[in-house]
Structures are given as C-alpha cells and as structure tokens.
Design a protein around this ligand. Structure first.
Ligand SMILES: NC(=O)c1ccc[n+]([C@@H]2O[C@H](COP(=O)([O-])OP(=O)(O)OC[C@H]3O[C@@H](n4cnc5c(N)ncnc54)[C@H](OP(=O)(O)O)[C@@H]3O)[C@@H](O)[C@H]2O)c1
Length: 335
C-alpha cells in the first residue's frame, strides 16, 4: 500500500501500472509492504519514521515524542547533500514517512550563514532538495521543518493589524542569507507533491534551560526589541506534525500558534511565573541593527489553515501559559 500525500492511500499489487505515475522511477523500491488483518482485509502498515537531525533541537524532540507515542523510528545516518547516503538509509530502514529536521541554523545565530554561504547552500538548499527528491522517488511523504522567517510586516500586513501572511503569499523578506535561501527552497519544494512544508517561527519549548529556546534567548539578552511576532510552541506543535504525517498532509502550512505575542508580553509572563525580580531593557530596531550582522524578520502569520485542520490548537498566549509557564511554575524551575 502506497501512502499518498493529501490523505489518500493507493493500493497496488506490485505491478508497474498500479504505481501512481508521479512516484514511478527506475530505482523505486516500494518500501511499505501491504499487510492483512486476521479477517483478510488490508491494514495500514505500522508507522516507521526516518528522522534527519538527530543531534538537533527539533530532531531530538521528535525522537523523544516517537518513543512516548510508541512509534517506531530511526535517525538517518546520511548527509542531506549526499544522495546515495539517503537512498541507503531508506533501503535499510524502510520508513513509512521521512521527517527533515536537519539544516544549518548557524551558531551562535543565523549571522553565521552570512559568512558561510556555500555551507548554507550545501545543506539548506542542495541537501533539502535532494532529500525531497529521494523521498519522492521512493513514494514517501517528507515532513519538512522549514521557516516562517521569510516574511516581514508590510503595508498589506501591518504590525498590530492581526492580518497575517497566508500560505500562498510570496515571501517578502530576504534580509538575511539564511532567510533568502529558505524562501528559494520553499518555492522549489512547491513542485514536490510529497512534501509537507511547515513554516516554524521563533520556536519555544517548555525547557527554559535550553539556550535555543526563544524565551531563554531573550531573557538573557542585555537589551531586547519589543515587536509582536507569530511563534511556534514546540510542545504543542511537534505532536501535531506527527499527526500530519499520519494524515499524509502535504503542501505549505504556517506552523505557528494563532496570533502574535511581543517580546515584552513574554518577558512579563516570565517575570510573573518564573522570576518576580526579573527586569529587562528595551532598545529599538535601529539600535538592534548595530549589534547583529543580518536583519531579522518580524511578522504575523495566519494560522487559520492549521487551526481548521486542528481545531484544538491554542492561541500563542494560551499555549505559552499552558505549555510553558504553568508547568515551569509548578515544578519551580528557575532559569
Ligand atoms: N531553531 C530555530 O530558531 C528555527 C526556527 C525556524 C525554523 N527552524 C528550522 O528547523 C530545522 C531544525 O532546526 P533546529 O533548531 O532543530 O536545528 P539545529 O538544532 O541546529 O540542528 C540541526 C540538525 O541538522 C543536522 N545537519 C546539519 N547539516 C546537515 C547535513 N548536511 N546533513 C544531515 N544533517 C545535517 C545537524 O547534525 P550535525 O550536528 O551532525 O551537523 C543537526 O542534527 C532547520 O531547518 C531550521 O532552519 C529552526
């Protein structure tokens, strides 16, 4: 049984004619054997996820989630830009779905990409496209953790208006090399019907000791800007991405909690829930520009497509309280 993106399933008996044309290739190996129940009716194959990004933040969390949910998974050993290593992973692991949480994000931050352009292209452009192509060749859906940092507030989407960028909007932010290349790749991935592009933004998790966590970052800065943005609460949204794989959803998705929250609103919650003595200092975008190399995107995304598919999705402020601040308050974790 071939799992098709878009929630469709195709059944075939192995003959070439039964394979959907878009997935036929000379070296396609259908890796999901059909199984039968005791009654003889075909059953869905057991899930087996192949995840890229073992040492990364999102990739690490995905593995833990699979363990919690009893989903069989393995991390890919291949490098994204090395096609044969990806094919070997698929042949060894025989996955039902591929998750791409691999990419270069820059250390300490995306400014790194400004001075490492070919390395950024190798993984984020050549690598991501190669994995999408290999996945398609094997009839596999690829859940791709992409970015929403390809938009910035503009006249049609003014700050504070509540008018967010939609899935079909054309990226308007190329202020950093990282964002510029991510937008280029998103455009090309539109042609791959086996790809589910998840536009992640300013990810937050309940682990306030993680230096990658947006809350942890801004609570440690000497000075912080104060702009509302759409953000992704990983504790709530990563399980949703697993559910999206189960539903074989594809296409572009704004992968943020509905609404926007400002830096100061988050830091006020931090003060109220975590550290009553916490204080911070704001500065302007112009002042910020002097201490960073590349510009940063600020935007609100329209999460109504995701909300329609997952009506239980919480607004960003509700999710921050439920998934981040309340649990940390209860355990008394001080950052
Ligand atoms: N964190 C954010 O703020 C943020 C925001 C929006 C979107 N995203 C996107 O979400 C994805 C995951 O982010 P993250 O924060 O989890 O990243 P991360 O912590 O920096 O981890 C990146 C992972 O990618 C792997 N990797 C890098 N180059 C690779 C290559 N050529 N082949 C195979 N694996 C490679 C790394 O493995 P090695 O250590 O072995 O190289 C690492 O496991 C990225 O595409 C990122 O752009 C992140």
């Amino acid at each position: 049984m071939l799992m098709m993106p878009g929630g469709m399933e195709r059944h075939f008996d192995g003959s070439e004619e039964d394979k959907p044309a878009s997935y036929v290739s000379t070296n396609t190996k259908m890796v999901v054997p059909p199984t039968k129940s005791a009654s003889g009716t075909p059953q869905k194959p057991a899930l087996k996820f192949l995840i890229y990004g073992r040492t990364g933040w999102i990739g690490g969390l995905l593995g833990k989630l699979c363990e919690k949910q009893g989903i069989s998974y393995e991390y890919g050993k291949g490098r994204l830009e090395d096609r044969s290593s990806l094919v070997a992973d698929i042949q060894n692991i025989k996955p039902t779905h591929i998750f791409n949480a691999a990419g270069v994000t820059g250390r300490p931050n995306v400014d790194w990409c400004e001075t490492h352009k070919t390395e950024t292209i190798r993984t984020n452009v050549a690598g991501t496209l190669t994995l999408a192509d290999v996945s398609r060749e094997h009839g596999l859906l690829m859940i791709n953790y992409a970015t929403g940092c390809i938009f910035e507030y503009d006249e049609a989407h003014p700050l504070g208006s509540g008018i967010g960028f939609k899935e079909e909007d054309t990226p308007n932010f190329a202020g950093s090399f990282y964002s510029k290349t991510k937008a280029m790749v998103e455009e090309l991935l539109k042609e791959y019907d086996n790809v589910c592009t998840l536009r992640v933004r300013m990810p937050i998790s309940s682990d306030l000791s993680n230096p990658r966590n947006f809350i942890t970052k801004i609570s440690r800065y000497n000075k912080v800007v104060n702009i509302p943005n759409s953000m992704t609460i990983l504790d709530e949204l990563l399980p949703i991405s697993i559910e999206m794989a189960k539903r074989n959803l594809s296409g572009i998705w704004n992968f943020t909690n509905p609404g926007a929250v400002s830096h100061n609103e988050i830091l006020e919650m931090y003060r109220d829930y975590i550290d009553p003595n916490f204080k911070w200092v704001n500065f302007t975008l112009e002042e910020q520009a002097k201490v960073i190399v590349a510009a940063r995107s600020n935007n609100e995304m329209d999460a109504s497509k995701l909300k329609k598919e997952f009506p239980e999705l919480l607004s960003i402020k509700e999710s921050l309280i439920k998934n981040v601040f309340e649990p940390n308050k209860k355990t008394g974790l001080k950052n």
